[in-house]
Design a binder for this molecule. Sequence first.
Ligand code: DGY
Length: 425
Amino acid sequence: MSQALIDQARKVMENNDRGTYTVPTHGLYPFQWNWDSALSALGFSHFNMERAWVEVETLMAHQWVDGMVPHIIFHEPDDGYFPGPDVWQTGRVVPTTGITQPAVVGFALRKLYDRAEDKAAARVRLAKLLPKVHAWHQWFYRNRDPNGTGLVAIIHPWESGRDNSVDWDEGLDAVPIEGVAPFTRRDTTHANPDHRPSDEQYKCYIWLVEYFRGLGWDNAKLHDASPFCLVDPGFNGILIRSCDQVADLAEILCDTSIASEAREMAANGRAALESLWNPALGQYTCYNRAAGRLQDTPTIGGLLAAIADVPHGRADALARRIALLGERCGYLVPSHDPADGAFDSLRYWRGPTWLIVNYLIAEGLSRSGQREMAQRILADSLKLIQKSGFAEYYDPMSGEPCGGSSFTWTAAMVIEILKTKRVPA
Ligand code: DGY
């Protein structure tokens, strides 16, 4: 059974492979997405290590001079996606968007290096990649934490990767949508509109893009100028873990300067993460930096923080919180608490279960002493695949497939889980 699933997953990845990068899925997402790519590299690493490195190298080749790694690289023109390069207007030779995404690359690189058979060759590749990844992390703390709190903010919901999460509702209320240029969505021609963000949310997304474009995509200005400025525990958790992995890899390369700087960034971030602990919920929650308020939104963003090697007591509380969610749904981990009024089992990040987040949470929990819950999350992930194939995401109540199909990172996670986590399929 396991091998049959791995073979199917590999086929999905190969069909979405464009040679030097993968598209998340045909039609809905026809370009290279930042964190999709980094996580896809993990899948590739089990059957084509060369291709895994190339995936990350292609992404990092499009880093901006200021250090940012953009969220989409528009390698080939494709009218089937909106908003395309004509809307972003970032002035790059190969067009990109002007915002970023969760910093999973450092985390992925550590796994690639550990799995490489030819360590000397891997170190040559790492020596080129690591300074770039470190520069991206420095960019984060310089531009998205200008007051040195230890936590970075996102300035657009798309940066979080959890586009329409309930976490962003309050922040988006502060986005004035008047004057946004008329546009036609394309996503709803590829996927069921009931599974996608609302038109109102899209107006906010596009307003923010137009606003940042008007500021010349100058990252020195965007954080303070943005009416939307949210601190996401999951986003920070990923960055913290990636800083730690960059420090580990820098030690392997004997680069003491990167190692000590990255280690300090991780330590500061991990200490600051505690300010997002929400005792009433027993999980981390988002901080609305624009409004100066810790939110009460019970989303998966606060569970994803487990990836940061949080203290064992916190991991224990997160596992208990996930167990409670498990009583309220069929398949862990729902992206929003089913007991909350805003829960929507079908709509993207307002309820559905996602394999990539499951994997990252399980990875963090098992390192922090919660192996049993980690295994349960991974077992549910495989049940979803067996029931509904390689979908973008799943209804956590029924397990029905949602969003796009034949999805690259879902397939990558299946290979990763089956090859590394000893979960029976
Ligand atoms: C989309 O277009 O839906 C993407 O999630 C933006 O990154």
